[in-house]
Design a protein around this ligand. Structure first.
Ligand code: GLN
Length: 494
């Protein structure tokens, strides 16, 4: 077996047994990255840092000190600030920006010995569902439909992370999820992705999109790997006032595989007009799998679900317009060339017009509009109230004894790059119809690859859990993973 075919758990165990080294694992993955330029997943390569970190990890393992992630090669979404390494959030406006600091999450991972292979492509400022808004160009999904050689989207915004994990370029990758950006690309590429409870992981040093929704999480090739990776990146951080001061459980130890007696809710609202029958069938199969595993299935209602997408597309742009105000050509990255007579206003205007792509500009405009004095109550305040109702829907079903909720992860499988080019932007927003509710309510949600459509493309289901119960949630996810037995992987064409 090649070193790039291991899971994180397997690699960790081999390292502990002295049967491989962090350097060997790293070299094997650097070679895979080198050969996968066609996917456009890695946009900044940090091979020298990787080798240095791998040597340090090997030294540590020799001394008998080996945290779980020690010596594990990973990729990092470009949204994370990494000291001295380009961190552009997929945007032209951050061209040339090399942070002087390390995000809390990458710092934690590096302290536990993880090895960074490079930075991963993403939609600009994490706005998008297809990785087509990136300044680095599209990411290509390693999967192809049947015999077609058309390039498909890996989903977004963590499309580079998803493609890299799915194509075995790294053992796991960091993603972020504001409205579905870990779970949707995971579903499109046949991998696992978890968005933890809001506050589980520090947002410090992660470029902000919508601060009340943003949460980072791992993208991996198994649920066990997600548990290992999540533990290493979680925990309280005094530098992020929204990070929770709660102990981090040993998530991996909670994977007992036993879901007997667990009550799984099936919400009737998670269906969409025009949703392919295959998604519905997959959902039914998932229900049967969990029932066979001994869970109790209960049909439930989350009545405010239909307002989730419009609510999200008011709140997220509002927060984004405020967060993105700091990119003005003064402190970070790109500054436009000025003409004779231009003043500071022209500098701001020209820099922002050049530096932000069309989707980001749209969000800034929508955001400032819904926050403007005349419309604040009609849109922003209304959306905040509806958000509370959406959250309450979940609280009610959990209070009624539901342990986790099973839904489709996405309303379709991966589509062709360019297919939505001329569509109304709302068509693209519909990708997140099943995932945004979870961010609005601050809950943990995980996407697990569960089947393939008739063209052979992966499809995933989503499990939604109670706050702070990622361990119990991943236990249910692992049971689904086991029963689904998803072992397919993309055929190498790149
Ligand atoms: N696709 C959604 C958006 O464009 C979600 C993005 C995300 O989760 N970062 O806003």
């Amino acid at each position: 077996m090649s070193l790039t075919d291991l899971t994180i758990a397997e690699a960790r165990d081999l390292l502990r047994a002295g049967e491989t080294t962090a350097l060997a694992l790293t070299e094997a993955h650097l070679e895979a990255v080198e050969g996968a330029g066609a996917l456009n997943a890695f946009v900044h390569h940090t091979s020298e840092i990787a080798r240095e970190q791998a040597r340090a990890a090997d030294e540590r393992i020799r001394r008998g000190d080996q945290p779980d992630m020690c010596g594990i090669p990973i990729g990092v979404k470009d949204l994370f600030c990494t000291r001295g390494v380009a961190s552009q959030a997929g945007s032209r406006i951050l061209e040339g920006f090399r942070p002087e600091y390390e995000s809390t999450i990458t710092d934690k991972l590096f302290r536990s010995g993880a090895v960074m292979l490079g930075k991963l492509n993403m939609d600009e400022f994490a706005m998008g569902s297809s990785n087509e808004t990136s300044t680095y160009g599209d990411v290509v999904n390693p999967w192809r439909a049947g015999n077609s050689d058309a390039n498909l989207t890996p989903g977004g915004s963590s499309g580079g992370s998803a493609a890299a994990v799915s194509a075995h370029l790294c053992l796991g990758a960091l993603g972020t999820d504001t409205g579905g950006s870990i779970r949707q690309p995971a579903a499109f590429t046949g991998i696992t992705g978890i968005k933890p409870t809001y506050g589980r992981c520090s947002r410090w040093g992660v470029v902000a999109f919508a601060s009340s929704l943003d949460q980072a999480g791992p993208m991996t090739r198994s649920v066990r790997d997600a548990a290992i990776f999540l533990k290493a990146m979680s925990g309280h951080d005094p530098k992020d006032s929204t990070s929770a001061d709660l102990p981090v459980p040993d998530f991996e130890a909670m994977l007992t595989g036993d879901v007997r007696g667990q009550v799984i809710g099936i919400p009737k609202e998670y269906r969409m007009d025009g949703m392919p029958e295959e998604i519905d069938t997959l959902w039914q199969q998932g229900i049967d799998m969990l029932r066979d595993a001994g869970a109790e299935i209960r049909h439930i209602s989350l009545p405010h679900t239909k307002y989730a997408l419009p609510t999200y597309y008011v709140i997220a742009p509002a927060e984004a317009s405020s967060n993105l105000a700091r990119y003005d050509g003064v402190r970070f990255g790109h500054r436009a060339k000025l003409s004779q007579g231009d003043g500071i206003t022209e500098m701001y205007e020209k820099t922002r017009a050049e530096g932000f792509g069309p989707e980001v500009q749209r969000r800034v405009m929508v955001g400032t509009y819904v926050l403007s004095a005349g419309f604040y109550d009609a849109y922003y305040n209304r959306a905040r109230k509806v958000r509370t109702l959406i959250k309450k829907d979940f609280e009610d079903v959990f209070a009624d004894g539901i342990d986790a909720i099973l839904t489709p992860a996405t309303p379709s499988s991966a589509f062709e790059l360019g297919a939505m080019q001329d569509a109304d932007p709302i068509q693209m927003y519909l990708n997140d119809v099943f995932t945004v509710t979870v961010n609005l309510a601050g809950l943990p949600g995980i996407a697990v690859p569960t089947g393939q459509d008739r063209r052979g493309l992966p499809m995933g289901l989503q499990l939604i859990g109670k706050p702070w119960e990622e361990g119990a949630l991943m236990n249910v996810a692992q049971s689904l993973e086991e029963r689904a037995g998803f072992v397919a992987r993309p055929e190498k064409w790149w």
